[in-house]
Design a binder for this molecule. Sequence first.
Ligand SMILES: Nc1nc2c(ncn2[C@@H]2O[C@H](COP(=O)(O)OP(=O)(O)OP(=O)(O)O)[C@@H](O)[C@H]2O)c(=O)[nH]1
Length: 819
Amino acid sequence: MGHRCYSASTTEQTVPLAHTRNIGIIAHIDAGKTTTTERMLYYSGFTRRIGEVDEGSTVMDYLPAERTRGITITSAAITFTWTPSSSPTAAPAPHTINLIDTPGHADFTFEVERSIRVLDGAITILDGVAGVEAQTEKVWRQAHAYSIPRIIFVNKLDRVGARFGPTVKEVAAKLNGWPAVCQLPVYDPDTRGGEDVFRGVVDVVEKRVFLWDGGDGQKIELRDYEWLEEQRPELYEEAKAARVALVELLAEHDEELVEVFMELEDHALIPAAAIKASLRKSTLKGDGKIIPIFAGASFRNIGVQPLLDAVVDLLPSPLDRPPVAVSYNQGKHRGTLDVTDQSKVCALAFKVVNDPKRGAMVFVRVYSGTLTRAHNLFNTNLGVKERATRLVRMYADEAVDIAAIPTGHIGVIIGLKHARTGDTLVSETTGPSTHKSKQKNSKTPQLATDTLQLRPIAVPPPVFFAAIEPNSLSDQKHLDEALAMLLREDPSLHISIDEDSGQTLISGMGELHLEIARDRLVGDFKANAEMGRILISYRETIAAASQPVRTVFDREIAGKRAAAACTVSVEPLDPTSTTATTDDGNTITITITTPQITDPATGESTDTRLPKWLTTSELETALQNGASAALGRGPALGFPVRGIAAHVSVDVSTDVLGPESTLAAFSSAARVATTAALKEAAGGESVLMEPVMDVVVTCEEKDLGKVVGDISGARGGHVLELGGLDAEADAEAAGGEVEREVDLMRVYAPGVKRSVESRDEGGRKRSVRARVPLKEMVGYLKHLRGITAGRGTFVMSLEGWERMNGNRVREVVAEVRGG
Ligand SMILES: Nc1nc2c(ncn2[C@@H]2O[C@H](COP(=O)(O)OP(=O)(O)OP(=O)(O)O)[C@@H](O)[C@H]2O)c(=O)[nH]1
């Protein structure tokens, strides 16, 4: 691709860690992440022309599926350099920015979370017309959970109906933080009576005005406050008020700023550097209490360079972040990563992408040590050794070879055979290697590095599935390989085999999720296969406990006789139980007893023992695996079983049936016995559970009635809340439910005058929150578009599982049996 330019790319050896920013852009779908990113790449000198989402020529969205759908699916990490125009602490220095693009669609929230935890800071982009949308609130909460420092960019301020002030208010109400307004939008009134033209922003901190005159946005007209006072007296007054509000807000949380103020006694005189330092300090806490707000319109090339300056000024370098949480010994011991020994590498594989030319590319963030080429690594999740044969840094789809990825940086390893998204990689060590435990009074002061794992993300249970079949038998092998690769890329996909039909089933988080998986398999990996209809993954459960069922398993496995016995009973699990041991909220307990037996000849009693080919822990694992496999397939319709407790017991004196009682034999016995116990408990009655979603629909005021009627009528949903009137009314409606730290009456929201604003009340969106069974949400987007003239959008997430009544069960049974 001819338009790339590498002159601006960095050599990481020369850029100190303090000048590195690992950031992400998180937002609602269509808020303008990709558009903004493209501008960042352009102004940093990395690209020589601006890619446009609508033309399908963007650098960031590089998978074919993304280009055609116009949405971002895969988090791609990209590196560029930015030298800020001014810096609060020192002369402007080049900064390395590693930008991770995160997907905005609800089906990919798992992926958002996966990228969030490797970020040091984030830019949240809002659509200046739509304000704070449902998905933004969700992602904001995810970022909050990881204490990620955040700033906000109110984008699309050029659009008719864009309202900066109310959006600021909404930030306070919905994101529960104090907006720190750092910029104000500047509009040119249109003299011909048309729309106001968005021209630029007032920098409240530095007391200056940036104006753009169209074109590619490279040229910025800089004006001072004298100009502002003369040309826009109203905006000048607002800018002064904004500075007072900003200083007052910061001073409430920062003693140092109070001191500066005491000396000068004038908000206008406080040096920009002091305000920035205070903003930085409060942002770095990552508690989202003070939220710096910037303004712009990426599509019009307005506001992006100052936003990049803000990234450098306000978001943390890796050095500013707290120690990383880790666990040892399969999560049994928790602590923080010891970074004092920098000779040992610890890295997180946060994304695996299969590239047709380069093979598996593993995106890593290095947390300690320096990862060099040919470094021998140990994957602590899989327990395998791997060699990092090639290291590259990604400039979107262009890879540049590098010799090392130092601590705090993001890069790509090429050539790993096993690493999956989410795996921890550490330096392979010869001999036992340990870290001292950080825990006080720990009984195990020595924790093996080879069990070290960076905080894992819980994968939610899949709610949709589809059968996937090769077109011919000879295509099976390639399909299996492609599926294995897909699973390395995306651990929120699951693969299982339907024992009855032998079909391969793929399950995931949403319809779009599975459609993308199909496109990857068939389009990108060239698997000759077809995916069947996408169906809802129901769950089965039981209403009563079973009797203990003893099963003697005696069959050939792989040409060898295998025989063993065990006893299993199952019972409904108390829904409030927190001891679930499987993804689907079941518990499996294993009991192995070794009773005394008395020799009838001598009358002597001895303890029974496990035969020497079995160890207790291996036997437990085998039984656990067997029972768990049985729970994957319920007795009625073959859906996974949910919410039960299974008790598996082995009596060594009676259940070991000779040398044929191998681990495989016990695993099979546990599987068969669990299935039998489930059948017994169900007694022919199918108790089905369905996924119920928390749905938030956003639409225009005039469509609200239709949307609510449709949800609570035809879809059998339960409307919980209406919102979007204005920030105050919403806050009132939410009432006591939300613990609000921010007093909305005290929030400063600028009144930026636009002549067309009053005419455009219709642009204000309303929202409806409801609980709706997932089944009723299939194909909803198309329907919603139909009843809202294409303007409605929605997000949903799994709220829980609910038992279905007889009628609904009959519908599902008919659907499943009918094909
Ligand atoms: N008027 C206007 N339109 C914009 C602006 N920024 C982005 N857009 C348009 O908004 C649409 C969505 O922009 P994207 O950049 O694809 O949004 P995104 O957040 O990356 O979306 P996903 O990748 O799907 O999550 C595109 O049609 C853009 O042209 C802006 O500042 N003003």
